[in-house]
Design a protein around this ligand. Structure first.
Ligand SMILES: NC(=O)c1ccc[n+]([C@@H]2O[C@H](COP(=O)([O-])OP(=O)(O)OC[C@H]3O[C@@H](n4cnc5c(N)ncnc54)[C@H](OP(=O)(O)O)[C@@H]3O)[C@@H](O)[C@H]2O)c1
Length: 286
């Protein structure tokens, strides 16, 4: 039996969708009946109520589980929640953890998200559990958040200068996760999951403009301006500061590497930004 965490979120929902389509049964840890309702359209995904901050509920959800998918939101609680899950998984005697991580996870990184992912990866290795680490780059689906400013001002705004990023489609991330959860050959592997090209935000804006049939520009903003926007959207300070650190990392060109791991695992080329934009143009138009 597989247990999914984060199944109502961006990546987890897509994993649940593919597993369901393949007829693979999996349990999904959900926090509430309302969250379970989001998975109601799937006949092979079984919601089990629990909370990563509630050890007893995690232990109960892990009963009878062989393989687990571990993902949380990058909140201040993320590291503790994930370390708690690893301890519970070990105690429950599961075989394999597929941990969702970020490319360049590193205990010495100036980016807090990269530090917590590295700490959890180290704990999984130390636990002796079999593992697969999925180290993702910036999600293409994050560009959908620019929809409003594109519609109102014809611009996208970010503190990233001319740093290029090999951003990746969540659908490809989910396909790799499903392979690691259901097929042999992924034990002890760490995959860098990037798109097929590294693009600056100027290039991204131009591609969005081409698909939408209007001019779209990129405006380089100061980190402080982005912090204010994130506060306006009620991001907690810890998380907002983490996003700023992430963008500084992109601006330094540190997330521009291109990996072939998506194709290696799935047998299909990673989706380009052009393909993503074609599929999501209506969402960007609003
Ligand atoms: N965004 C990017 O560009 C990017 C790039 C690389 C790596 N990553 C990594 O991707 C991960 C985030 O993925 P995502 O965007 O799919 O996340 P997401 O959409 O924010 O989903 C988070 C999931 O976690 C669940 N959750 C939150 N708190 C919980 C709790 N206490 N107990 C149980 N479940 C809980 C949520 O359930 P509810 O529905 O109940 O809230 C939801 O299903 C992070 O680890 C981040 O570092 C992101």
């Amino acid at each position: 039996m597989i247990l999914l965490t984060g199944a109502t979120g961006n990546v987890g929902f897509e994993i649940a969708r593919i597993l369901d389509q393949q007829g693979v049964t999996a349990k999904a840890l959900v926090r509430s009946p309302a969250a379970a309702e989001k998975l109601a359209g799937f006949s092979h995904i079984i919601p089990v109520e629990g909370d990563l901050d509630d050890a007893a509920s995690v232990a109960a959800a892990l009963e009878g589980v062989e393989t687990a998918f571990l993902l949380t939101r990058s909140s201040e609680r993320a590291e503790a929640q994930q370390l708690g899950f690893v301890t519970a998984a070990k105690a429950a005697g599961i075989r394999h953890i597929v941990k969702f991580s970020q490319v360049h996870a590193d205990a010495a990184s100036p980016v807090r998200f990269l530090r917590y992912h590295a700490a959890v990866e180290a704990a999984i290795k130390a636990s002796g559990l079999s593992y697969t680490f999925l180290r993702a780059n910036l999600f293409m689906q994050e560009l959908l958040a620019f929809g409003e400013t594109i519609r109102q001002q014809g611009n996208i705004f970010a503190p990233v200068g001319d740093g290029a990023v090999s951003l990746v489609d969540v659908r490809d991330l989910a396909a790799v996760a499903v392979a690691a959860l259901t097929q042999p050959g992924h034990d002890g592997k760490s995959y860098d999951l990037t798109g097929p090209e590294a693009l600056t935000h100027d290039e991204i804006a131009r591609q969005i403009g081409t698909v939408l049939g209007r001019e779209v520009g990129y405006v380089d903003i100061a980190p402080e301006q982005m912090r204010q926007v994130l506060r306006d959207y009620h991001f907690p300070d810890w998380q907002a500061d983490g996003v700023i650190e992430d963008y500084a990392h992109y601006a330094r060109g540190e997330a521009a590497g291109i990996s072939g791991d998506i194709e290696k695992v799935t047998g299909r080329k990673a989706r380009s930004l052009g393909v993503f934009l074609g599929d999501y143009a209506d969402r960007l138009r609003g």
